[in-house]
Design a protein around this ligand. Sequence first.
Ligand SMILES: [Mg+2]
Length: 193
Amino acid sequence: MLIATDWDDVGVECFRPFVEFFNELNGTSVKYEDLNSYYEMYNLFGMGREMMHKTFNEFYDTGMMNKITAIEGSEDLYQSLKDKGHELIVITSRPVIRIDDTLEQIERLIPGLISEVYFTDLPFIDNGRGSKKDICKTLGVDVLIEDCYENLESCLPHLQKGFLLKRPWNRNIAGLPRKVTRVEDPREILKYI
Ligand SMILES: [Mg+2]
């Protein structure tokens, strides 16, 4: 099968270190556990969407990329899927200026496991890179692993199965479609594939 994985908060920690960075920078006490919405996340940090993007770029500029660690269990998951003969790709909406850093990070953390990395637009920004849904449809992706339900949902018509990694921003989403399984630990996915 062709299995696609999102990268931030699926392959690597993202919002945990971001919250730390943000609080240190602003003297605030935002809690990771309180991040209960993905696309409205900027509200929880008390800023607009544009500012949120700017702050994210500052976060990346601090060299965090080299220190960020893999999500526990994700390396095992990717290795096992590869061992089972599946093809693995990453689909991420990280910005263009982070392409080199991202490729480097993936190769550092899970060398040789990912056959291709696709960079897409966010749903509300059209830079001509296409959406995650477009990539899933074009490539014929069978399975997508995501932490953002909105992203996963948009791709569902083209997938056989979707996995949602449990995160504060998807814990309140009830009534998941039958195709979607929510898991606590990435390794649980191996029970289904
Ligand atoms: Mg993500």
